[in-house]
Design a binder for this molecule. Sequence first.
Ligand code: NAD
Length: 429
Amino acid sequence: MNISVIGTGYVGLTAGACLAKIGHNVICVDHDKEKIAILNQGNMPIYEPGLKEIVVECMANGKLKFSTEIRSAVENSLVCFIAVGTPPMESGEPDLTYVENVVREIATWMFDYRLIVEKSTVPVKTAQWIKRTIERYNQHQAPFDVASNPEFLREGSAVQDFLEPDRIVIGVETEQAKNLMLEIYQPIKAPVIVTDLASAELIKHCSNAFLAMKISFINAVAVICELVGADVVEVANGMGMDKRIGRAFLNAGIGYGGFCFPKDLRAFIRIAEELGYDFRLLQEVEKINEEAKKRFVRKIKSALWNLREKRIGVLGLAFKPNTDDMRFAPSIDIINELLSEGAKVRAYDPQAMEKAQPILTRVEFCNNPIAVANDADLLAILTEWDEFRSLDLNLIKRRMRVPILADGRNLFDRKTVESLGFTYIGVGR
Ligand code: NAD
């Protein structure tokens, strides 16, 4: 099938490449000329394991093209996926102007039937707005359908999540739209749920809100664990073995971040408010998440007494491992708080340093974890990269001025670290 994907970011690029990989002819469009130039040279604008190989393969066999021209992409595709950003505004509501701009452009260049698929995460009822907007700008009176097809991929495992998802959610209003969507995903072996438009949109909101709630739940439990001398990892393991609960997303730490959870949760709270429902449960999830970062900084302060002139080494900046994404990373708030108290911060991240540099301008970036540890008064782990699990802690300890390890992701075993002579600060243990 001829498909265009408008918006070539983490989601659009992954979706476009994977749709090409399963046999479709895909044009990925972005108005960012630099991004498209990088891709056309066979390079990647983002770090995502396994994606480059698929992009290179599908470009070579002609299944995948990149362009800044939305017009020819729309003219030549039966299905147009919208995968542009929906960043949060001051109010917490997502900014839907990118979505609207793309919809208007699509409407302008539709000459015959098109299926417009909402892939970006948007508030419930956006599909209805998309329909209304197309009707308004549909210059050639082309017939069309709108579908909602929320994306559940995780950065860091985006390719696998797209090609082997737990489920595919399709919200449609007509048989034609349903059949086209089923045909697109036919090569992917996963359960497909076909719903109305609003239910599909809500499935995305609710899934992210529920996962964020699990994280905040275990972070609240971590506080209790510290108060009673229990170990939150043991508690989570014990809870997680119950199939009704599951172990995933029960990792206590410095809280969630990234482009999705904070923004999607805020958006869901706002939507509920507009609909007349005060979703206090989710407001509490947000509060606990903010508190998790503050508690971690307080622990560092109580370990070091005054922060002025203290050297703090930070390992991990990305909001989670296996990505270079710094958007709403907890590391930003934590590091800024340490800097504002007068600490000197050095940092290392395996992939996110390029993206972190313009955000954390007062941080000294190092090429490896050992350089970060040199003369440090404390070493803080803010992202649980696998590479940190195999660190030579003996060497790190020798390099540090004072061997204190503040493990914001409970990456290490307390006893092991303490037996090496470190003071260990974990979360909820
Ligand atoms: P992104 O910022 O990485 O990519 C968005 C892209 O859209 C950018 O490259 C931008 O230049 C492009 N764009 C904006 N306006 C455009 C226009 N008028 N024409 C052409 N291109 C335009 O964002 P992302 O992380 O890929 O997220 C996209 C959507 O998917 C968001 O709604 C997000 O919430 C949702 N989502 C993201 C993830 C994730 O893990 N990142 C997962 C699931 C869903």
